[in-house]
Structure formats: structure tokens, C-alpha cells
Design a protein around this ligand. Sequence first.
Ligand SMILES: Nc1ncnc2c1ncn2[C@@H]1O[C@H](COP(=O)(O)OP(=O)(O)OP(=O)(O)O)[C@@H](O)[C@H]1O
Length: 585
Amino acid sequence: MQYGDLVKVYEAIESTASRLEMADILANLFRSSDCKNIRTIVYMTQGNIVPDFYPEKLGMADKLYLRALSMATGQKGSRIKELWDKEGDTGKVTELVFANKSQTTLFSQDLTLERVHTALLKICRADGDGSQDLKMKLLADILHDAKPNEAKYIARLATGRMRIGIAAQTVIDALAIAFATKADKPDIERAFNITSDLGLVGETLCQNGIDGVRGMKVHVGNPIRAMLAERLSSPEELLERLDGKAMFEYKYDGLRIQAHISDSGIKLYSRRLEDMTEQFPDVAKALREAFTGVDAIVEGECVPIDINTGEFLPFQEVSHRRGRKHDLSEAIEDYPVRFHLFDCLYFDGEDLTLKPLPQRRETLSKCVKITPSVKLSEAKVLDDPEKVQTFFMQALADGCEGLMAKSIANDSIYRAGARGYLWIKYKKEYRSEMNDTVDLVAVGAFYGRGKRGGTYGALLMATYNPDSDSFETVCKLGSGFSDVDLATIPEKLNKTKLDSKFTRVNSKLEADVWFEPYLVLEVRGAEITLSPIHTCERGAIRDDAGFAIRFPRYTGTTRIDKKARDATTSAEITDMYRKQLKQSN
Ligand SMILES: Nc1ncnc2c1ncn2[C@@H]1O[C@H](COP(=O)(O)OP(=O)(O)OP(=O)(O)O)[C@@H](O)[C@H]1O
């Protein structure tokens, strides 16, 4: 097939705004194409050359592209740079340059679809020394033989900006029109949702018809498109929607990972189907140790942990792993993660996506042993709104965003790629952003681990409540300390060490060491949340909860000018909470 035939279809598609018409145009192309070309057409039409979850990504730097353009057309780099400075768009520059190019030379070769595809694949795979030159030559080679309109689309594809407005859904419509009927669309959709490879679905449909597509199976190594949740905002609504009884799980605030485990290795995919395996070798290793079967696809949330406090860290901490190849081991040590599994989609040869949740959960609990780094999501089957609310508060206290309520009915399948009411998120915000620092008193400490073995890993910090003349706990503080702080602060604290808790300290937590309230540290937090484990202004908003500061960091300032009773008061925390309270969502 000539690349030009595809380009003509793109031009037709871009000249219509009607989705139906787009699908018809594409369907005609599918019908008239050889089955072996369908995959490439599907990928390219969506601006790719492979399925999303493959490592090859288009997105050549504009400068490199422009050098290839100069090489292919013989036009001076300085002239091209001038056009680029004026237009700022590679597609437009390509059109202008090609308008001046002498007609295709005698030595030009056919520009087939396969040739364009192979060249782009090689460009994506080129790595290491000399790869920039190689990429440029490969691209110049196809541009050299391109007509102006073809060159424009090559430019867009190579630089990762295809954007002709064809969504996966339109391709599915077109495939149904070309090779099946409207009524078969759900089967085509399902095949895509369980394989994440629309090219493969198209090819199968062309070769083996709709029966071939119905026979497509969940496959270890092909990510399954994520099931998504709707949202509601009260335990009563959740229970009503889910037949009065449901499985409630902690909603962890981390990175969703789908793990594909087999003899040949473990692959980890993000919610957007990116391959995350290289960034989380520790997770792959932990899973391998915890896994009890032959092969499986499991899903869970990867959450960063503060090794000093044992509490979860902000989700952003995971991003320290991104893009790191060389100093990854340092990032793994500094930002360890824990994997909380919540679903099992495939286990030892059996596709579980069409089984109800209770069965999948049972398989999940059998297919892994619980270890310090691999755990199941906290889950309870509940039918009482009061109990749901208590579980919700407990989830917040443990640093989670709220709860996921999941249907346990017979039809509670894993609906790949769909958002619906089989899963419902409940994250009514009891959180408030913190704009100001607070001055907190150290009333206790917990022993450290790892790098902080032999000293304190975290301090138990409190506010002062003048009404009851007591110190009320508000967070565990383990971040923001320099090496010097780690040497000097314990020394200061140890001077006020007590045998047991100071009488005027109100704490539900049992510290390893207690101090007389004396040392006041300046602390910056991300937000204030309700918490059943801290005692700061307990009862102000809810009877069973006080306030906690989330993600506290020592600013480096010790308030030597303040005595313990000059610390931030509990009432001030209530004020800050009320002023900054986020809208419920
Ligand atoms: N126990 C759990 N079960 C299912 N998902 C969970 C669980 N804990 C955490 N999650 C995460 O919650 C996400 C859904 O909630 P949220 O709305 O916060 O995410 P989003 O990315 O903003 O929206 P969405 O995923 O619904 O488009 C899931 O994609 C998953 O990553």
C-alpha cells in the first residue's frame, strides 16, 4: 500500500467535523486494505506506530526534525531556521519548504506504508552514540521521496503531533462498519479493553471475522484497560446504590499499577499503560517473592512510605523515580514504596475479569503472601452507614484519600476500560490546605530504623490547648532534618526525657520515649485533616476525631524564643482548618 493512499484518507477525515462521516471514510479504507496493513493503519491513524504500552514513542525533537528536512530537500539550514522562527510549527515549515522543492527526483523510490512504518520504528529504537545522526538520516530518507502532502503528515507523526481527531472509539466504529455489524460493537470494545491493542483487534477482525475477535483472550503481557469509578458523597448513597451491602476498601493515594507476572518476568504498567518496570525494580522483586502461582495479572496502588514515621508520603514522592536510570537505587532507598493490591484479573491460566469481585478477591488473597512491601488493600464488607463512616475516618487517619465502595453482586465483573457504579469512590474532603507554618512542641519520640537506627526516627508533636492547659498531639514529624539537626536535636531533647508520659500531654499514641514539653520546632505541613488518632481539638468537627497535620516537615528553625505554652494553640489549628476547607468533591 502506498503511504499516499493513507494521506488522502487523512485529508478527507480532516475536512469533515462529523464523527459518523469520519468512521465511514475510515471503514472504506479498512475494507479496501490488505489485512496485513490494518494494524499499521490503526496505529498510525492514532498518531502511533505500535500499541500504547510498547516502549517505542514518537516525539522527535523539532530541531532534529528540521535538520532532516534540510538534508532531504537540499534547502539551507539557515533558511529553514528562518521559517521556523517565523512559523514555530514543523508541519507548516515542511509545507513551505516542499512548495519550493523541485519535483521528485529521478532517484526517488516508492513511499509505501511499510517503508514509512519501518523507518519510524528504527528511529524510535535508535539509542546511544551516533543515534541522533542515524535518526536524521532515516527520516531524511523517507522525506526525500515524499510528496508535499505526505511530508506534512510524516512531520506530524515523527514529532508526535498527529492529531487528526480520531479517537479509539471512532476506529472501533469504523472496524464494526467494515467487518461486522453495529450489534457486534460491544465485543470489539471488549477485545480492545482486555488487550489494549486496537491494531491487533482490527487485524483479527479482518482475518477471522467477529468470531475471531470474540475468541480474543486476556493475555499476560498485554495490559488490561483500567476499570474506573464513579463518585458519591455519603455512606447512605453508596449503600443505596450498591443494594445495601458492599465491599469497602481504603482508597490509597499513590500510583495505580497493573502487574503482569509470568515465568519470563514481571512487567508493571501505569494507569495510562506506560511500562513502569524499570522505575520500580523493588516492586517487581517484592512481588516475585510474595507471589505463589505460575502467572497472574494483579492490580494495586503503589504508595510511597516514610521509613521514619511509617506513614504514607505524598503521591508526588513517587515521581522522584521517573526518568532516573543511573541513581535509581538511591531513589529506591530514599523513597521506598508499598504495593497495596486490590484486584486479581488473571491467575494460573484463568481469566477472572468476568468473575464477581468476591471471587477475584479470594483468589487475590491466595495468590500472594503478605510481606512488608506487598499487602492487600484494607477491606471490609459493610451494610451499616455508621460503620462505613467509621471505616472512612480510619482510612483518612491512615493517610488515605477515603474509601472505594465496590459491588459484590453476581454481576460485579471487572469492567475493563469503563467507568461505572460497580466501583464508587467516596472522598468527601475533610482536608484543608495549610498556608502558614506552625510552631509545635515535641512531647515524645519513636526510635528510627535504617539510616536513623540508634536515634529517633520521628518526633511526636503537639499543639497547646490553653482551655485545658494540655498538650494535644497533631502529627509525627520525621522529615526536613539535616544531618546536623539529627545530631543536635536528640541531645537537646534527652535533657527533658521522662520515665512516662507528661501528665499534661494528651495522647492516644504510645511513644517510645516521652519528654517534658519544652522544645518548640517550626513545622510546615501540606494540609490539616480530621484524625481519630490525634487529640488536637478532638470533638471540634466530629466527636471521634481530632486534627492532624499531613506531610509535616521541619523548616530548620527551632523557636528558642518560645516556651512550650507559646506554641500554636489547638484553636488556631481549628481556625486554619475552617478557613482553608476545600470544597467537598
Ligand atoms: N482500593 C482501591 N481500589 C481501586 N482503586 C483504588 C484503590 N485505592 C486507590 N485506588 C486508586 O483510585 C483511583 C480512582 O480514583 P481518583 O478519582 O482519585 O483517581 P483519578 O485518577 O483522579 O480518577 P479516575 O481514576 O476515576 O479517572 C484508581 O484509579 C486507583 O488508582
